[in-house]
Design a protein around this ligand. Structure first.
Ligand code: NDP
Length: 283
């Protein structure tokens, strides 16, 4: 769908996406479709903001012309000191992807983890409570997911290529959720663990597969799992191909992308986001 610009009137309001780079983002497509569907005179624009310009960019959205902003790589963590308030979930995972402007006061929120949980429920009918999740990765996306899944009372088995980062995430999770079962598995033992353990949901939250394809698991490792997810949404990864060949339910990152955007939309506008229109805009 082609983006149509709203008429620029004195009452036009704005939402900005700050990232570096931002040229591949799909967010303007589905957010502008949502604003138009609700007849709002609001425009969502993606702006390339290098790290040294982030403080000025954040200050600019205090203007009443801005409903707020989204943040993407590399700003989700570094934005926190420039905000007036940060929600507890965003404080716990140390990541903000949404800023809401309340009359010049900026509040940071995180909708990535809740967006993923909605996608899991909508696309696979699964709620995390009591489920065994095998999570691969310890970057920004994995952190956001891990905290939301732990909050939702899932047990988590986590692995990461760089052990020290994976172990740190597990230790942070255990501090906040001592009652949950949360374990770290060395990256070299991920296949063995996956074969041995009863796992309900396998999630690839790494950028492996984003461009060059490398095998994360052999198809045989996946047998018996219920749902296999990959946060990548621009291509079908080898992981999802293997899972589909085994007849497993698969989920790519598109649902998470739209649902996190829908939750942000709700925070900026106080209105329910038109999810179907947002999906249609990117399909
Ligand atoms: P980060 O750069 O913060 O983290 C990257 C992660 O990938 C780290 O755990 C890193 O491990 C791992 N990794 C990178 N290359 C390899 C490799 N060759 N082998 C094994 N592990 C590797 O990125 P994000 O967490 O922000 O994003 C991760 C993925 O999630 C991306 O593909 C991104 O597109 C996707 N994403 C999707 C979203 C959606 O809405 N669907 C939202 C946000 C992200 P190490 O620590 O060892 O470097």
């Amino acid at each position: 769908m082609r983006e149509k610009l709203p008429k620029n009137k004195p009452e036009t309001t704005l939402v900005a996406l700050f990232g570096f780079p931002v040229k591949h983002t799909l967010s303007p497509l589905f957010q502008n479709a949502a604003f138009q569907a609700l007849g709002m005179n609001t425009f969502y624009l993606a702006l390339e903001v290098p790290p040294e310009e982030l403080p000025d960019a954040i200050n600019a959205i205090r203007s009443r012309k801005f409903l707020g902003a989204n943040l993407t790589i590399p700003h989700k963590e570094t934005v926190i000191p420039f905000l007036d308030e940060v929600s507890l979930p965003a404080q716990k995972c140390g990541s903000v992807n949404t800023v809401v402007n309340h009359n010049g006061k900026l509040r940071g929120e995180t909708t990535d983890g809740p967006g993923f949980i909605r996608s899991l429920k909508e696309e696979a009918g699964i709620t995390p409570k009591g489920k065994r999740i095998f999570l691969i990765g310890a970057g920004g996306a994995a952190r956001a997911l891990a905290f939301s899944l732990a909050e939702a009372k899932a047990s988590i088995c986590l692995t990461n290529r760089t052990a020290v980062k994976g172990e740190k995430l597990v230790s942070d999770l255990k501090n906040y959720y001592p009652q949950n079962t949360i374990t770290y598995v060395p990256f070299s033992e991920k296949s063995k663990t996956l074969r041995r353990e009863k796992i309900d949901v396998l999630i690839n939250a790494t950028s492996l597969g984003l461009k060059k394809e490398e095998e994360l698991f052999r198809p045989a490792d996946l047998a018996g799992k219920i749902v296999v997810c990959d946060l990548i949404y621009n291509r079908k990864t080898l992981l999802l191909q293997s899972a589909q060949e085994l007849g497993l339910k698969t989920i790519n990152g598109l649902g998470m992308l739209i649902h996190q955007g829908a939750l942000s939309f709700q925070l900026w506008t106080g209105k329910t986001a038109p999810i179907k229109i947002m999906f249609a805009a990117v399909k």
